[in-house]
Design a protein around this ligand. Sequence first.
Ligand code: ADP
Length: 267
Amino acid sequence: MDTRVRPDTSIPFYQPAGNEVTLFEHAWANRLPLLVKGPTGVGKTRFVAHMAARLGLPLFTVACHDDLTAADLVGRHLIGDGETIWCDGPLTRAVRQGGICYLDEVVEARKDTTVVIHPLADDRRILPIDRTGETLEAPPGFMLVMSYNPGYQNFLKGLKPSTRQRFVSITFDFPPADREAAILQSEAACPRMLATQLVSIGRNLRALKDVDLEEAVSTRLLVYAARLIVAGLDPVDACRAAVVEGLSDDPEVTTALMEVVSATFGR
Ligand code: ADP
């Protein structure tokens, strides 16, 4: 066991679903990059934050978007006081410090980012910085982690095989009922009874077959509802605002979803 793995009260709460904690530790110890797949709001980001804290590693998180370029990751020259100064981007900082670089929703990023991701994600573990002429070798602590949501990508935005085949992959899904209830109790300090009701709403909404939703209700939205209810909001109103309105703009759909909510709270 690595000596950096230690109990620490500052570790963000994470409710595991399976062997992902062990898998992450082995991937890190063996200097392998990790791809975390799954729908939004199922705990991918929380998992990475938990693991970084658990391993005592600095974490550099990048929320990828369609304008994100390799230079945003690696760094750029900035002009100030008549001087040009090189400024490391988050990927370079993670490499220099031997930490975790987490690229959230990586398929959103521009394609030129693969130029810097690929050499760091295979045996070479190097980061060539063209602008400064440096080539950094990643220290043992460095780990590249990326997330992506397979259900939400269109054909053009799918991950290329040459990228995904450089990563150890793990799929996240909605947690089983007892684990999701434990997450709500911990994240919203809500009573068990309320957690069970909200989990049941989540499961019933996810099971609706004839309602057209872009994505199923996430654990994140159930946590929001729990927090609003714990703060004193009426449960039906809280679920409408935190869960139902976030899932659809179509009045027919939201009415159908609200029926599930109302039935759960006996309205
Ligand atoms: P993702 O990165 O998959 O979109 P997040 O990690 O941001 O999702 O999770 C959203 C929220 O849901 C978290 O802030 C946390 O409150 C809660 N959550 C979801 N899954 C878990 C889990 N397994 N353990 C603890 N909290 C979780």
